[in-house]
Design a protein. Structure first.
Length: 508
């Protein structure tokens, strides 16, 4: 009954004129940036965050969320047509999507990715609505000790599981924690790492950091890219898009399996759509009667990963909204946008601001229905947009970044920081460091410090308080197991490399 009452409240909020407008704007922009390789939802959310300061909190969150899952829909378009993933989560779609394009079945691939994305997103949304109240009930028993331990687990999991180099991920989390210390300490009033600058007393600007770290490096890295082999939009007709009976038969079960994988992994910190899509692909290839079809245009190699990706995106909101713990960089930006709006994500969100929680949930369903309309009838439009050269697109994006950052505090100092963070982000990208863990550390760092201090005050300075409470001890034990697994895997990898060198030396 509580869920039905919440959905009724959410319908009244989501169907307001302003919320519908921002929902449509979000999914439309998300689809556009997903179609264009190199931009991505994360950089776009960082760029558009200043616009949300002047609208209602519900509308702001609905628009940013629409960009997030809209980019997942649009990202598959470039993957299928150009063999260039529009977003990282759709990289696996290239494996069978592009071969289908070369076979003249691009329309079928695009149609099936849209259907699979909707199925995954819809079931993921059901999981969000169904499990969030129960997780919320459990979270109400959390104290500062549990929150601190959960944040430690989330940061370690995000840095180790979602990056190619776990040690580099941990280093970036640490750097983010350090950057989060800049400013005035709320407890003591001491200025930390401000170097005498009055403009740093309030800390580093989150939007400037996000735009600099994610937006500028993407522009630099993709500015010289030349796209070719664009599919003629006239060749994609309604007749060419409709799947055969065999296509539907091969795709139905992979969609359902992928949705289950994505719904579970999306709710776990540090996993998200990328891991879910690759795991779904591996499962389908293992279950296939003829695995050799994969990589040569197997439609189940598209349906499963796309459903998993979009289901993971929906369920990723569960820990963010109910616990206040973002599982990835995009969720961290969502959480930051809510905090700026005066909203505190966590157990009190559903009870203190039920209109926001349920309004956002219902808007997800409306947004996914809008995406069906945007992606299937307008596929020809997105194909034409792929022909826009980067040298025309990127100068406009740079101007938008500068104007957006300046409009927050009307300060050129913030624009200067975008340049610094942009250079740092590009340097880190060249050195193969992923900056997403840095953003997580930057946002969660002050919250971790607050809960740590509160826990130490309550325990009179005893660190044993974190292991005396069972839930807190479980979170810390899980974090310790991840680190032990990392150390074991590293030592085992070195041993294998050493053995391989010795074998090569003996064979010579």
């Amino acid at each position: 009954m509580e869920i039905l009452n919440g959905l009724s409240l959410g319908l009244s909020v989501a169907f307001s004129v302003s919320t519908l407008f921002y929902c449509f704007a979000g999914v439309a922009v998300g689809t556009l940036v997903g179609v264009l390789p190199g931009l991505g939802g994360l950089a776009t959310i960082a760029m558009l965050m200043p616009l949300t300061y002047h609208v209602a909190a519900v509308d702001a969150l609905v628009m940013l969320s629409g960009i997030y899952y809209g980019a997942a829909y649009g990202g598959s378009t470039a993957s299928i047509l150009l063999n260039l993933p529009g977003t990282a989560n759709t990289a696996v779609t290239c494996l069978d999507g592009y071969p289908m394009t070369k076979q003249g079945r691009a329309g079928v691939a695009l149609f099936m990715t849209t259907i699979a994305s909707f199925v995954g997103a819809f079931i993921g949304l059901v999981a969000l609505v169904g499990f969030a109240p129960y997780l919320l009930a459990a979270a109400r028993s959390f104290s500062s000790q549990e929150y601190f331990s959960l944040m430690v687990l989330g940061l370690i999991a995000a840095s180790v599981l979602s990056t190619s180099s776990p040690l580099k991920g941990l280093a970036m989390v640490t750097l983010g924690l350090i950057l989060g210390l800049v400013g005035t300490d709320i407890t003591s009033g001491t200025n930390r790492f401000t170097f005498g600058s009055l403009r740093l007393y309030d800390g580093l600007n989150l939007v400037a950091l996000a735009m600099g770290m994610f937006g500028v490096p993407e522009l630099i890295a993709n500015a010289g890219r030349v796209r070719s082999n664009i599919v003629d939009s006239k060749s994609i007709t309604w007749r060419s898009m409709w799947p055969t009976r065999d296509d539907w038969k091969r795709s139905t079960n992979p969609m359902l399996r992928g949705t289950g994988i994505g719904a579970v992994l999306g709710a776990l910190p540090g996993t998200g759509g990328l891991l879910a899509s690759f795991m779904s692909y591996a499962v389908e290839k293992r279950l296939a009667k003829d695995p050799s079809r994969f990589g040569n245009g197997a439609i189940e190699g598209i349906a499963g990963p796309e459903a998993a990706n979009n289901a993971a995106i929906q369920t990723a909101f569960i820990p963010t909204l109910t616990l206040g713990i973002p599982g990835d960089a995009v969720m961290a930006l969502m959480m930051a946008a809510m905090i700026i709006q005066g909203i505190v994500p966590g157990p009190g969100l559903m009870t203190q601001q039920p209109d926001l929680f349920w309004g956002v949930c219902v808007s997800f369903l409306i947004g996914n229905i809008m995406l069906l309309i945007l992606n299937i009838p307008l596929i020809g439009v997105w194909v034409k947009i792929l022909a826009v050269p980067y040298w025309m697109l990127f100068p406009a994006v740079v101007i938008f970044i500068c104007v957006g950052v300046y409009s927050i505090n009307y300060s050129t100092f913030d624009v200067f920081w975008v340049m610094i963070f942009g250079f740092l982000g590009y340097l880190l990208a060249v050195l193969k460091f992923e900056v997403a863990p840095l953003l997580l550390g930057f946002i969660l760092g002050p919250l971790m410090e607050e809960h740590l201090r509160r826990s130490m005050l309550l325990s009179r300075g005893s660190f044993s308080t974190f292991v005396e409470r069972p839930i807190s001890a479980s979170f810390l034990a899980a974090a310790a197991l991840i680190l032990l697994w990392l150390a074991y895997a590293s030592l085992r990898g070195r041993a294998r490399a050493r053995a391989a060198k010795q074998h090569a030396a003996l064979s010579e």
